[in-house]
Design a protein around this ligand. Structure first.
Ligand code: NDP
Length: 484
């Protein structure tokens, strides 16, 4: 498959190039080969993208919700029809196995387009009766031009999770993918045009952090939605605050997954596998601190290692493969560094722990046991296939330890005790919680973090509030009384 796009950027309904921008080499993580070359946006490209979005937005917002919804739902249909082709592209971009991308990327993007496309007719304000016949009505209005900035782990999904609610509310979006995975957002932009979207309401510009920073500080921009790490989130949030812009911050995590000794062990092991090794561990909400109650610790570790022996690592294009490479050499080296720290700080390696002896950026799924709260691997987000298993004895103890982190993205519990499950979830300091499962993120449900893991929520009806604002209109039915 030739993955070289026609040009680096997509602006005003067309592919646009400016080779004066810094080159961006797209590397296939399974082989390390350069598979495409793009260019970072120059100031002229950024200007073109923002001007186009600004021009297009008002007319888009003036269309009825029904018309906007049709465009989004048509785009969802096209994405589903082209799922295989888009999944192959996503696999080239990220290295994630085709087995995963076929079900978790363009399909998830299509779900968002369809869901928000369905909500557009219901984006209303309210009527508030007051005394003497006076009343207030509110009008839900678009914010204007929104900037989306993406991480590299779910490029299609992120482009749609931000684009779909933004467009549903009548905004225009300028989206900057991570330079590590720049290809699939271009396809989202192309598909929206094919679905009948007016030119300019969804533009894509490529680039490094400096391009993101230029977009965030531009006075034409009303809102910024970032998916990325906490350090980047801090910078972007601060820059957006200068211009009093709206923000959504979807940031990192170090989420706890608690397994009580009455849990169904096969389900708990499945949850821990999904919550640590899907997408080679490159998932923000992963439950990387797996607290296992002492009574079942050995049984849990035995089943976990038995099941990990069945993982199929290899060519991500082979649909039987279910574990692929890390997204980049840089990310692989970061993760290998954490594995070395785990060993050096005294954690017990019970599975994996090494780079694979083959081309590409492969690391074995890795499990450490006897991990303690103070170890680096238990405190910092690794963003790779490294599970830390920690022991605990009582519920009170594990709750205090689970919450003793600056992050608050997700948390999960496996137990067959119904009341305990709900009590534990009520005590979690996290935005997205799971009982007897892990890491599912349907578009109908709010998704996002507490504490340092973020601000605002993506998906669900709540996302609408983050892409629109209310205008209040006070209507008097009476004479105006003034004191003099
Ligand atoms: P980064 O924080 O490094 O980058 C995120 C995006 O921000 C990239 O597009 C990056 O561009 C851009 N960027 C960097 N600096 C600036 C700046 N000063 N102003 C504006 N934009 C900037 O994250 P990664 O791409 O490495 O992704 C991994 C992180 O994302 C992890 O921490 C993970 O937990 C988090 N994440 C959170 C999710 C959530 O929903 N909560 C989901 C997925 C990931 P460039 O790459 O070119 O530097």
């Amino acid at each position: 498959m030739n993955v070289q796009p026609k040009a680096s950027h997509f602006i005003d309904g067309e592919y646009v190039e400016d080779t004066a921008g810094t080159p961006i080499d797209v590397i296939y993580p399974a082989t390390g080969e350069v598979i495409a070359r793009l260019h970072s946006a120059t100031p002229q490209i950024i200007e073109q993208a923002l001007n186009s979005a600004k021009r297009a937005q008002k007319a888009w917002a003036a269309m009825t919700g029904t018309e906007r919804g049709r465009v989004l739902r048509r785009a969802a249909d096209i994405m589903r029809e082209r799922n295989r082709e888009l999944s192959i592209l996503e696999t080239h971009d990220t290295g994630k196995p085709l087995q995963e991308t076929l079900v978790a990327d363009a399909t998830s993007g299509a779900d968002a387009l369809e869901y928000f496309g369905g909500l557009t007719r219901s984006l209303t304000g309210e009527h508030i009766p007051l005394g003497g016949g006076d009343f207030v009505y509110t009008i839900r209005e678009a914010l204007g031009v929104c900037v989306g900035i993406g991480a590299w782990n779910y490029p299609t999904q992120i482009a749609c999770w931000k684009g779909a609610p933004a467009l549903a509310c009548g905004n225009a979006m300028v989206f900057k993918p991570s330079e590590t995975t720049p290809l699939s957002a271009l396809k989202v932009a192309e598909i929206l045009i094919e679905a009948g979207a007016p030119k300019g309401i969804y533009n894509v510009v490529q680039g490094y952090g400096d391009v993101g920073a230029a977009l965030v500080t531009d006075p034409r921009v009303a809102k910024v939605s970032l998916t990325g790490s906490v350090p980047t989130g801090r910078k972007v949030y601060a820059a957006a605050a200068e211009g009093m812009k709206h923000v959504t911050m979807e940031l990192g995590g170090k989420s706890p997954l608690i397994v009580f000794d009455d849990a169904d062990i096969e389900n708990a092991v499945s949850g821990a596998i999904l919550g640590n090794f899907y997408s080679s561990g490159q998932v923000c909400s992963n439950g990387t601190r797996v607290f296992v109650q002492k009574g079942i610790k050995e049984a849990f570790l035995t089943r976990l290692t038995e099941r990990l022996a069945n993982v199929k690592i290899g060519d991500p294009m082979d649909e039987a493969v279910n574990f692929g490479p890390m997204v980049s050499e840089a990310q692989m080296n970061i993760v290998l560094g954490y594995i070395e720290k785990g060993k050096a700080e005294g954690a017990r390696l019970v599975h994996g722990g090494a780079r694979l002896d083959r081309e590409g950026f492969y690391i074995q799924p890795t499990v450490f046991a006897d991990v303690t709260d103070d170890m680096t691997i238990a405190r910092e987000e690794i963003f790779g296939p490294v599970m830390s298993v920690l022991d605990f004895e009582t519920e009170d103890e594990v709750m205090a330890r689970a919450n003793a982190t600056e992050f608050g993205l997700a948390a999960g519990v496996f137990t067959n005790d119904l009341t305990r499950a709900h009590r534990v979830v009520a005590g979690f300091e996290a935005g997205t919680c799971y009982i007897n499962t892990y890491n599912l993120a349907p578009v109908e449900a709010p998704f996002g973090g507490s504490k340092m893991s973020g601000v605002g929520r993506e998906n669900s009806k709540l996302a609408i509030n983050h892409y629109s604002e209310m205008k209040t209109v006070y209507v008097s039915m009476n004479d105006v009384e003034a004191p003099y």
